[in-house]
Design a binder for this molecule. Sequence first.
Ligand SMILES: [Mn+2]
Length: 348
Amino acid sequence: MKMSFRWYGQDDPVTLDKIRQIPNMRSIVSAVYDVKVGEVWSMSSLEKIKDECAEHGLIFDVVESIPVHENIKLGDDAEGLIDNYCENIRRCAEVGVKCVTYNFMPVFDWTRTQLDKVAEDGSTSLVTYTEQLEGIDPLKDDVRLPGWDSSYSQDEVRTLIEKYQKLGAEGLWKNLEVFLKRVIPVAEKSGIKMAIHPDDPPYSIFGIPRIITDERALDRLLSIVDSPSNCLCLCTGSLGCVATNDMAKLAKKYAEQGKIAFVHLRNVAILDRGSFEERAHLSSCGSLDMYEIVKALVVGGFDGYVRPDHGRMIWGEKGKPGYGLFDRALGATYINGLFEALEKEYIK
Ligand SMILES: [Mn+2]
């Protein structure tokens, strides 16, 4: 297991000199943020991240993410944008990146209804309550949910939603197939594993298709291109916020296949009708059995990257929701403990 931590670059209040003090911290997960989605990243920006990490004793070898332009997902004049995507993969490889995470979620990335829900202990976390989504018609109402790209105007969001509703799930699969058939061979040649992040949450919202949602979808994704570079980012809090996804079973199956390049470990409390709350990482704090998930990874022979995923805000910390220092550091320490115990038990 290679422990890693997401870092949002120079503007991130969580600095590299703090991250390096977390025990067993090895890799930095970051991206180039100075150009628009769809453009080619400059080598100087990539080298700057690499050098800053190296100065702090850390390795920049995971990218999260190279965002996929909406026109690629829509299959609308995508050719040149896929060329740029391939070029970005080559450039990442040049600075030593081994794993690139991406997702194929239409319009918006992760979606929550609230980012600062106060728990009984005074900590805050991200939550989705289905009742807050119901009754909203994004084609009529002015709606902006946390996680949505704020660079879109309300009219642009409406147009995009309508396009995806028309495209449907099978249309989206077709465009993913076109993308993978171009991108995966480039990644393979560059020595990079492409790790698709599941849809978060893994169900359709507002009638917009979401396709990376369960075991069947993951099997289908992996079957599109047979390559050691066509891999998964197993995000336990995303797939695991619906009870029908058995995270330990999925971890074991895909670890044995050598298909898990990256794991996001976090816990959620599964509530009624699709609602869920992000919780502290420990098994006892949510619905997921983190011990069983890590055991499945260890026994399955997983040797990729792991990072603590979203943390709560604790001890008065202010910052990017989900990406404070303290609770993610506690998560990393807990994950280190699980791996140490399980590797001593099962890896002889
Ligand atoms: Mn994740």
